[in-house]
Design a binder for this molecule. Structure first.
Ligand code: ZN
Length: 212
């Protein structure tokens, strides 16, 4: 073992105007058409996708240096505003592949919900505005939801060996609750009619996977 692990200090700039990390080490864009299947109202999704399929739904900039357990990844997520039917725009959501890894999210801009769900299906909707900080404990699924009229941007940081499991969300047909608009123009939670709870055996396997 060396004292430095070969990693170098890195100074960068979180641009408050463009909401980019400049410079960054990596990143990606998620296009609206790639989000097929995540919204409860499939008909509304396909209607929107015909017009807006090639628009960017969200983007991520990262400062990522290794996948070592002792390292950290920091990044920015910028999620566009909008709705699919009554459901607000959101990210796919994930559990960490190593599910015992936590994460923090700090709101840079906009108005959003960090929607958290335990493996057993308990939901916590953490409402965020600039300055809000949310701690996502180990073993909680998480997704960002934009309930505002401008972009919802968060700065996040998590252990570099955590990885992301998106399949767990697909298998459950989403999260147990949807974030939808209410009659007053605000947001509320509504039961997801397609939700499939995880069995005790499935939960045992997700927990055991962290030991590998
Ligand atoms: Zn995460």
């Amino acid at each position: 073992m060396t004292l430095s692990n070969g990693l170098s200090p890195f100074l960068t700039f979180v641009n408050p105007e463009t909401l980019q990390i400049q410079p960054n080490t990596s990143g990606y864009k998620k296009y609206f058409r790639e989000l097929s299947g995540i919204y409860a109202d499939e008909t509304a999704f396909h209607g929107l996708a015909e017009t807006f399929g090639n628009a960017v739904a969200y983007r991520v900039d990262e400062a990522r240096f290794s996948d070592q357990a002792s390292d950290l990844i920091t990044g920015i997520s910028v999620l566009e505003p909008g709705k699919v039917g009554q459901e607000f725009f959101m990210t796919r959501g994930h559990l960490h592949q190593r599910a015992d890894r936590p994460e923090t999210y700090y709101c840079l801009a906009g108005h959003g919900i960090l929607l958290l769900e335990s493996l057993a299906g308990e939901i916590k909707a953490m409402e965020m505005r600039p300055g809000s900080l949310v701690y996502v404990p180990p073993f909680w699924l998480h997704r960002s939801v934009n309930v505002g009229e401008t972009v919802f941007a968060t700065l996040f940081s998590y252990p570099a060996d955590a990885g992301q499991d998106f399949e767990i969300v697909r298998q459950a047909k989403g999260f147990r609750q949807l974030v939808v608009s209410n009659a007053n123009g605000g947001w509320t939670l509504a039961p997801n009619p397609h939700y499939r709870p995880r069995t005790a055996e499935e939960i045992r396997v997700y927990v055991a996977r962290t030991q590998s």
